[in-house]
Design a protein around this ligand. Structure first.
Ligand code: ADP
Ligand code: MG
Length: 184
């Protein structure tokens, strides 16, 4: 159980959270309008930002984070981008993660030669390959068409670790079927 207790957080003098609390016991979906603090909350949970007040406890040591931006290594192929997070002995499994996101044929392509949705799926394959005790997905379906979104949602359902995802679209939220926290 992750417990967010009375946190206060601001960027400079811009307040984002004031005495915000949330207990997370299972996979959840965080929603709310652009700029309401979804990505900030994910970064706080992952320990990439520190609240000025309050506390966040119960976060597993190893967290896998799909950032809102893909953050792929531009000089590395799709396969190398996924393999980069795997221990040497397990690098061979990069191909099966790429297959899971339907990118077998793009394995040797550089990110710059892939569409936005393909780059998104490389980033997702890398996050899934990394594993850990918590999977954070900031707008996982960005750039995916509805059919692909459905198939990737099915893939996410097969993941055995708790997930915290942010999403905008009600239909995408319904696809994941997690409890919903609206920050608005
Ligand atoms: P969301 O993910 O819900 O769209 P964010 O958490 O990215 O929202 O941002 C919340 C607010 O904080 C926005 O107004 C954004 O402009 C601001 N913000 C985000 N990151 C920073 C930063 N590093 N420095 C200053 N302001 C930021
Ligand atoms: Mg965001």
């Amino acid at each position: 159980m992750i417990e967010i207790k009375d946190i206060t957080f601001s960027y400079g003098d811009k307040p984002i959270f004031n005495a915000f609390s949330l207990a997370i016991g299972a996979s959840i979906c965080i929603t709310g309008p652009s700029g309401c603090g979804k990505s900030t909350l994910l970064r706080l949970i992952a320990g990439l930002e520190t609240p000025q007040g309050g506390a966040i406890t119960g976060v597993p040591e190893k967290v896998s984070f799909l950032f809102q931006e893909d953050r792929l290594l531009p000089w590395a192929t799709a396969r190398e981008n996924v393999a980069a997070v795997l221990p040497r002995m397990k690098r061979g499994s990069a191909m099966s993660w790429l297959a899971a996101v339907e990118l077998t044929e793009q394995a040797d392509s550089l990110p710059g030669a892939l569409s936005g949705g393909q780059q998104r799926r490389v980033a997702l394959a890398r996050a899934l390959a990394y594993g850990g005790g918590l999977l954070i997905l900031d707008e996982p379906f960005k750039g995916l068409d509805p059919a692909l979104t459905r198939r990737i949602a099915s893939l996410i359902h097969t993941v055995q670790i708790p997930i915290i995802a942010t999403l905008h679209q009600p239909d995408e939220i319904a696809l994941l079927g997690f409890d919903v926290i609206n920050l608005a």
